[in-house]
Design a protein around this ligand. Structure first.
Ligand SMILES: [Zn+2]
Length: 548
């Protein structure tokens, strides 16, 4: 059967093709199950391979390759991948083979990870007509069909929205997840502490006993990493001679602190689902993905100077970035990432695009699973803050410096315990917009460069806030200012004036004596908050104040 005959065959048989959506379940629980870097890296690598290469392989096995029109033959079932990355996928596939395909992918996921499932939903495309005119020789048949049916395809956005909703419901309903049985007398895995230990692992003169799932993640993490993706897109990485960090302690460097960054474009779903048709949906998601790479890559290159990379990118797909980075770089890096993404993606999509970011700084020994959950909740509060000005959403970030290990998943709990003095007074103004945070970084570096305050002065002021009498603290700061020499006093007043202007600050009694307090909405309540301690903390995170 030639091509025309084939196209005639699918014309009028719309129900024979279905739109298929899939999304990987509980990705983060799998990736951050243990605090071992090779396992975290290996788990994300395994998931990435499954949703890209393995998905492609199984797809090709079930459906004829629609990439070349000439290869469509007699009983071929051409399928078309709209996207498959970031843990999810979308495709148009022949309805009669959809279940068989879904089963094959699901089995592959369980076989490879032992732990991760994927949820699929699908519905027949009722409007798919044949292509009009002739396809470009060698072009994708499905692209041609999509392109020449733009008007009819408008309905598919409705179908897509319905399937997205259905997918969310299915994921919520899901009650079965793979489970590895264990019993009380079996030795448990030294890493996850959950499953029976079946492998002996030698590392740094220590012998560890680990389960098969942790072992699989580890061997994957030792042979592969995300730089393979970067190498394909930028020769810099191909020629890069440095090493990737072997464990979190190495990544942390001398300070022993690392940070997780979780960044995510704001309102991206809305932008995608406002597309006119599937073709535009596909091109928009590609633009977003390219923007993520183009904003992240130059920043990573800036930090790739030593023998060992001070970061590890765990996920970079869709509109998401999850990475671990040496603590001293995290704040500047986060700010740059936000402003670069905002600029590049807004240009690419010709729209005002913003991003939100959560970052947690913690000791490399602290369980990464907790740190990630805290970061997730910081991201959520940054997202809400981004939307605060409805007319003009702004990129925002929130972050947390964990000074002592606390077992919690909630950033609010920790922020409250560190910075809430009373229901009305807070010693932090987080989250911040990019503009605000840029000023805090600038003020912090001024303090250091011009030696405006010594470390002991900073400590003394910080401690005085803990005394809980704000009036005496303000008097203490005024006293410290009075003791400075005239040039330092002038510089100090200058930075306070900059903060005052940006955050509309006042003195405690509403005068402009020492303007350190501004109104801020925190957890829905309007409270008094100061950015001064945040500036001090920035100095601490990025290597301390002046020692003089
Ligand atoms: Zn284990």
């Amino acid at each position: 059967m030639n091509l025309n005959n084939y196209l005639n065959c699918i014309q009028g048989k719309e129900s024979e093709y279905s739109l298929l959506l899939g999304d990987t379940d509980r990705i983060h629980a799998y990736v951050f199950e243990t605090s071992k870097l090779p396992e975290i890296r290996g788990a994300s690598q395994l998931l990435r391979t499954l949703i890209t290469d393995e998905f492609d392989r199984i797809f090709a096995k079930h459906f004829a390759d629609a990439s070349s029109v000439d290869r469509i033959e007699n009983d071929a079932n051409p399928g078309y991948r709209i996207y498959n990355n970031a843990g999810s996928c979308m495709a148009i596939v022949p309805t009669k083979k959809v279940e068989e395909f879904v089963t094959a992918i699901t089995e592959e996921f369980i076989h490879e990870t032992g732990d991760v499932t994927i949820t699929f939903v699908h519905a027949p495309l009722s409007n798919l007509a044949s292509g009009k005119g002739r396809p470009t020789p060698g072009g994708r048949i499905s692209e041609w069909i999509l392109e020449s049916n733009k008007d009819e395809l408008k309905g598919y956005m409705k179908l897509l929205r319905f399937l997205q909703y259905k997918l969310r419901m299915e994921k919520k309903k899901k009650s079965y997840y793979p489970f590895t049985e264990s019993n009380p007398i079996v030795r448990r895995c030294d890493h996850c502490g959950k499953r029976p230990a079946v492998h002996k692992w030698e590392y740094k003169d220590e012998t560890e006993y680990i389960c098969s799932i942790c072992a699989k993640k580890r061997s994957e993490g030792e042979k592969s990493n995300i730089l393979k993706i970067f190498e394909k897109k930028d020769d810099f990485w191909h020629n890069y001679k440095g090493e990737i960090p072997r464990d979190l302690d190495t990544l942390a460097g001398t300070s022993g602190n690392i940070g997780i960054i979780y960044a995510d474009g704001n309102e991206m779903g809305k932008i995608l689902f406002e597309a006119q048709d599937l073709t535009q949906f596909q091109s928009r998601s590609k633009e977003i993905e390219d923007s993520i790479f183009d904003s992240l890559n130059p920043l990573l290159k800036e930090h790739a100077h030593g023998d060992i990379l001070p970061f590890e990118v765990l996920n970079m797909a869709g509109d998401d970035i999850i990475m671990i980075i040496q603590a001293e770089y995290i704040l500047k890096f986060s700010l740059k990432l936000l402003s670069e993404f905002e600029k590049i993606c807004s240009e690419n999509l010709n729209d005002d695009i913003t991003m939100a970011l959560g970052a947690t700084i913690f000791r490399a020994k602290y369980p990464v699973r907790y740190a990630f959950e805290i970061t997730k909740s910081l991201l959520k509060s940054a997202k809400q803050f981004s939307k605060q000005n409805e007319n003009k959403p702004q990129s925002s970030l929130s972050y947390l410096y964990m000074k002592s290990p606390i077992a919690t998943f909630s950033s609010k709990e920790i922020l409250d315990s560190y910075y809430r003095i009373s229901n009305e007074y807070y010693l932090t103004m987080r989250p911040y917009t990019c503009d605000e945070f840029r000023l805090l970084l600038k003020v912090a570096s001024k303090i250091r460069e011009d030696s405006i305050l010594t470390s002991s002065q900073i400590n003394a002021i910080s401690r005085s806030f803990e005394e809980k009498s704000l009036y005496s603290t303000m008097n203490f700061i005024k006293y410290q200012t009075a003791r400075m020499n005239s040039s330092k006093r002038r510089l100090f007043r200058k930075i306070i004036a900059e903060l005052e202007k940006k955050f509309n600050l006042k003195d405690l009694d509403g005068t402009d004596g020492l303007p350190l307090w501004g109104k801020r909405r925190i957890d829905g309540n309007l409270v008094n908050a100061t950015p001064l301690l945040d500036v001090f903390e920035i100095l601490e995170i990025s290597g301390g104040g002046s020692s003089e």
